[in-house]
Design a protein around this ligand. Sequence first.
Ligand code: 5GP
Ligand code: ZN
Length: 114
Amino acid sequence: MSDCIFCKIVNGEIPSNKVLENDKFYAFHDISPVKKVHVLIVPKKHVANIAHLTEKNEEYVDGFLPFVRDVAKELGISKSGYRLIFNTGSEAGQTVFHMHAHLLGGEPMGWPEV
Ligand code: 5GP
Ligand code: ZN
């Protein structure tokens, strides 16, 4: 999508601090981190959020969790622990409408966190 920030990051039009990528997914550090480790993980193909997944791109996101696991390994937080959050839709606070997971870690976190 031409006016999507995360599409522009994926294709290199907007610079980002990359953590890891493969043929389908891209992981990069959030520009305004809320935890010591705050990484965004996006599918390279545009889809607005989980609610917009169809049979076509469901297949595309099949590898999402294995990729998250690899990103956490790369960041060195596999053993200490991490949290994965998908803000989906406006009431959940989604501001960028290109599906993404926030991978948070690197410090102790409470639950529930308000
Ligand atoms: P949302 O609120 O949609 O769940 O999360 C969007 C996230 O994208 C926010 O945490 C915000 O800091 C991050 N973000 C927005 N614009 C940019 C950008 O240009 N570069 C990076 N690295 N992160 C961004
Ligand atoms: Zn996009």
